[in-house]
Design a protein. Structure first.
Length: 274
């Protein structure tokens, strides 16, 4: 085992020890290696620790403002502290930080009385992802028109990269809406109204959260999973008897939900070539 007292540490060892000291409050004799500029080494480490936790907590607050509003500042900071220790940032892009926050909320005993809270967080993370996702050109309708009618069932559509799907057993869209800063309507939320399925999508600079019927959600979920239209229709019509595939495809092409396509055979060939 490496000892700070008997060997000169490598850069990697110093970095790992520093991270351990910051995120887990473990000194591991690192304080003796810190140039403290008038403070003790332990005190200087605490300054670093406070700055890191403050910055990462602020990043979580920016992504999850509705969650914070629902639980309050003190409660949120407590969960954030646990999250930062369990899931320290591993990316150079701070926008990537916070993905597992809904799961930490789900396992946080003090939040057990708010069973909808993790799904509210999942909706906010979907919004965050959509905001930062890449733009994409519209679907090439001229190319789609060249597909022979007998091969329609083999078409696989690609969803816009700035789109996410969410299904919840709770009315999380209503909860999210009434907790927006500019909302001025009725604040009442009835959990008994049941769950919701939504599409979160960015249209240029505007993000929309659209509630979906069972068939529409099954359609988009199936397409996102890579299914061809034959399987897509089977799944969508299986959950909604009056589902009209042609009408709903036109709707999602028109609003920019679907941005590309390929044929099943093309996809298989691509996999063989890779």
């Amino acid at each position: 085992m490496f000892s700070w007292r008997t060997a000169v540490p490598s850069l990697r060892e110093v970095q790992l020890a520093f991270a351990e000291a910051v995120f887990n409050s473990a000194d591991t004799h690192l304080s003796h290696q810190v140039r403290a500029n008038g403070l003790s080494g332990a005190r200087r480490l605490q300054v670093y620790r406070n700055n890191v936790f403050s910055s990462l907590t602020s990043a979580l607050q920016a992504v999850y403002p509705v969650v914070e509003r629902l639980v309050g500042d003190g409660f949120f900071r407590c969960v954030a502290d646990r999250y930062i220790r369990l899931h320290p940032s591993t990316s150079g892009n701070l926008h990537d930080f916070g993905a597992a926050f809904p799961e930490v909320l789900a396992g946080f005993e003090a939040a057990a009385g708010l069973p909808y809270l993790p799904d509210v967080a999942r909706l906010e993370w979907a919004y965050h992802q959509v905001f930062h996702a890449a733009e994409h050109a519209p679907l090439d309708l001229a190319a789609l028109a060249t597909v022979p009618a007998e091969r329609y069932t083999q078409v696989r559509f690609q969803l816009h990269p700035a789109s996410r799907l969410l299904a919840s057993d709770y009315p999380v869209l209503r909860i999210w809406q009434v907790n927006q800063p500019d909302y001025e309507g009725d604040q009442t939320v009835d959990l008994a109204e049941g769950g919701v399925k939504v599409l979160v999508i960015r249209q240029h600079l505007d993000i929309e959260v659209e509630p979906l019927r069972e068939g529409d959600y099954a359609l988009l979920r199936s397409l996102a999973d890579g299914d061809a239209l034959a399987q897509v229709y089977e799944k969508a019509s299986g959950v909604q008897a009056d589902f009209d595939l042609t009408t709903r495809l036109k709707h999602h092409v028109g609003r920019g939900t679907l941005v590309d396509f390929c044929l099943s055979q093309q996809l298989q060939l691509g996999k063989q070539d890779s």
